[in-house]
Ligand binder design. Sequence first.
Ligand code: F6R
Length: 245
Amino acid sequence: MMDFICTQSYDEMSIKAAAIISAQLINKPASVLGLATGSSPLGTYSYLSEWYSQGIIDFSQAKSINLDEYADISPDNKQSYHYYMHKNLFSKVNINPDNTYIPSSEKEVAAACFEYDSIIERLGGIDLMLLGIGHNGHIGFNEPSDRLEKNTHCVELAKSTIAANSRFFSSADTVLTKALTMGIKQIMQARKILLIVSGKDKAKIVEKAFFGDITPLVPASVLQLHQNVTVIGDKEAFSKIANYI
Ligand code: F6R
């Protein structure tokens, strides 16, 4: 089942997403949170950090597992998702660093992928998975393809993804082109999914992914088969689906 929450702004989207994550932590302090990077969750992480500093939420028992990481990047490289998570969330809340997991960009790829799936299993699965969506419908870095990849794997990023991510880099040439990502199985097995999306440029893909055909050519469309998905989007991102929700 998919619920859609339309907000007036990116900020309101972020508050609502942070509120859902906070409720999860209050109800189950030892929750396993699946986390994303990119622009979409920055506001959410900022509210979570603020509410932690105000004593409203506590991460001491929480565990986190990130969706993806570039391949062949050192964790202290500013472009890495390790760095992003540390900067935007982990350094600002009381999560135990030993309980935070991000695909290893330093190990041999097959071993790193296998190990990541075993970690998710050992943690007992993901309670709440936070997702963004790419302009081409990717979730994590599961790019459009003729088949869905089940488990954690290494991907060649799509040209459009490299172009979109180039805003984080000094020039398009230095953008990393390979990443490790959770597969569709790990994402679909999360007990709850929270997808956040904002901006007019995502309106088309929101319509296609959630009201179009379910196809590996639009990886996010598989979320239509999940039993507990909440999509929070600002009115620009939801502009093409106003009639359906
Ligand atoms: C990030 C991730 C990606 C992003 C997507 C949207 O960990 O897995 O799927 O969620 O590319 O990115 P933004 O939020 O920057 O538009």
